[in-house]
Design a protein around this ligand. Structure first.
Ligand SMILES: O=C(O)CCC(=O)C(=O)O
Ligand SMILES: [Fe+2]
Length: 285
């Protein structure tokens, strides 16, 4: 059942986000529709376009330019169709393995300005191999007052050389809704009350406890908040990277010989905003 109440876009709700119907991304999309898509990404966090056939690397990058400059910080696999397309696979001859498996995260948390959007296109689907997403505002809103108060004081320190520090909770730069900047597999530590006179580095056991607590909050109540996207070949997903956490499911790494080939193309769009506690809202994307 589709719902026509979304302006120019024909969309139907899915567990997290919206499926956008009647758009062929391989054909030119009018400026008006692009504007609607950009608004819808912030409102719904994830937009799923089904049955898109084969989206070439050039077209994938062209679509990502609706949102800003594509930015690639990753290893370039020889089979990638474009230097800005990250090719992920369960077969190392086909793409990079083990991507997104160190823990729940947003992409680019190690950068001063984490990636703003991620655009995924599924090229080959194995029997099992979901990507799992979680809406971060809902995670925050479901915290107990004690946990929320603690998280509000925390800042993550990335494990990369630059040791970038980001507030764990901050207002999303476009919607203003509280969101998380985090990476459960690439965090060196946490600082309490960063920049204040009470600033204190969390101890190693505390860091472990905090990372475990974030995981527990994401998957609590039998993964009530989690949306597992079961891919079909030709799916195209646009996500507001700052408002959803994600990871590749364990099954995504199962061997090609057991479950078949998995190939996912991903383009990330440069970060435009440095997460800050007192962020001003940006109407323009
Ligand atoms: O392979 C996947 O399902 C997602 C991997 C991931 O985290 C990413 O591409 O950013
Ligand atoms: Fe990722």
């Amino acid at each position: 059942m589709s719902d026509m109440t979304h302006g120019l876009l024909n969309m139907k709700p899915i567990t997290l986000g919206m499926e956008v119907c009647d758009i062929n991304l391989n054909e030119p999309v009018s400026d008006e529709i692009v504007e609607e898509i950009k608004k819808a990404v912030h409102k719904h966090r994830i937009l799923v376009f089904k049955n898109q056939g084969v989206i070439s690397g050039d077209r994938h990058v062209e679509i990502s330019r609706w949102f800003g400059e594509p930015e690639s910080t990753f290893y370039k696999h020889p089979k990638s169709p474009h230097p800005d397309v990250f090719r992920v696979s369960n077969d190392e001859d086909e793409g990079c393995r083990g991507v997104g498996r160190t823990g729940w995260h947003i992409d680019g948390s190690f950068m001063e300005k984490p990636f703003s959007y991620a655009l995924y296109h599924m090229v080959a689907v194995p029997k099992k191999g979901d990507t799992v997403f979680v809406p971060l505002n809902e995670v925050i809103c479901s915290l107990s007052p004690e946990t929320r108060a603690k998280w509000e004081r925390l800042y993550m320190v990335s494990d990369r050389r630059m040791a970038i520090v980001h507030p764990l909770i901050y207002p999303h730069p476009v919607t203003g809704l509280p969101t998380l900047c985090f990476h459960l597999g690439m965090t060196e530590g946490f600082v309490y009350d960063h920049g204040s006179e009470n600033q204190r580095l969390a101890s190693i056991p505390e860091v472990r406890q905090i990372l475990g607590e974030i995981l527990k909050e994401i998957v609590k109540d039998n993964r009530r908040l989690v949306y597992a996207h079961k891919w079909d070949v030709g799916d195209f997903i646009i996500s507001d990277n700052l408002s959803v956490g994600h990871e590749a499911s364990e099954e995504s790494q199962y061997k090609r010989s057991e479950v078949g080939l998995r190939v996912l193309h991903r383009v990330t769009v440069e970060g435009k905003w440095k997460p800050e506690k007192n962020m001003t809202r940006n109407v323009q994307v």
